[in-house]
Design a protein around this ligand. Structure first.
Ligand SMILES: N[C@@H](CCC(=O)N[C@@H](CS)C(=O)NCC(=O)O)C(=O)O
Length: 216
């Protein structure tokens, strides 16, 4: 039975999982949820995903929510592009966790804020809060100086190999660019961030995720 991903092709958190499944060539079934219809807050759904969110997976009865935890599980379970450090190398593991925390603290809150305001609200027919968007853009712009320093000395966030820490940026980073916030693309301002972004956002696995979302 293929691994079931409960989510939506257009959901940024679901896309984090889908890109890893595609990178690893793992067969999966995307089980769509009625996102706006309240299904996620039903007792049956909350029993599997207690915060009423997507994605969650069901791998032959093993249920897991939280996109990064799911990505780590898939990366550890399946062969293909490693995406995780060698688990016996404690320093490589520490550097990988450091990179995951960089994304969680210095990118995700601001990028997700922009995505919610400029993309999520539009899906609901609501207007963005432009003041809030301005604040998120200002803060993210500052944080990207730290990214530039890291990526000036190494190809990817955790070292010389692509890992989940890099891929975790893809959905929000992509939507940001699509709605006109081109901070990651600006090669003049931050050449190494732009070089890194270009490399990860043109991975065939990611292009396939975007194509599926457009077709859905
Ligand atoms: N930390 C969670 C966040 C998941 C999340 O925010 N999912 C959104 C869709 S992209 C959702 O389900 N929102 C509905 C809600 O929060 O009520 C993860 O990474 O899986």
């Amino acid at each position: 039975m293929p691994l079931k991903v409960h989510g939506l092709a257009q959901s940024s958190s679901t896309q984090r999982v889908l890109v890893v499944l595609k990178e690893k060539n793992v067969p999966y079934e995307l089980v769509p949820v009625d996102f706006f219809g309240g299904e996620l807050k039903s007792p049956a759904s909350l029993a599997k995903s207690p915060f009423g969110q997507i994605p969650y997976i069901d791998d032959d009865g093993f249920v897991l929510y939280e996109s990064l935890a799911i990505c780590k599980y898939i990366a550890a379970k399946y062969a293909g592009t490693p995406l995780l450090p060698d688990q016996s190398d404690v320093k490589a593991v520490a550097l990988f966790e450091e990179a995951c925390s960089v994304e969680e603290s210095n990118f995700h809150p601001f990028a997700t804020g922009i995505v919610i305001e400029k993309y999520g609200k539009a899906l609901r027919g609501l207007e963005p809060n432009d003041k809030l968007v301005e604040e998120y853009v200002f803060k993210l712009d500052e944080k990207l100086d730290g990214y530039e320093a890291i990526l000036k000395r190494q190809r990817f966030l955790a070292g010389d190999h692509v890992t989940l820490a890099d891929l975790a940026h893809l959905p929000s980073g992509q939507i940001m660019g699509d709605v006109g916030v081109k901070l990651l693309e600006d090669a003049h301002k931050r050449p190494n961030v732009s070089r890194w972004w270009k490399e990860i956002s043109s991975l065939p696995s990611w292009l396939a995720v975007i194509a599926d979302a457009k077709a859905a």
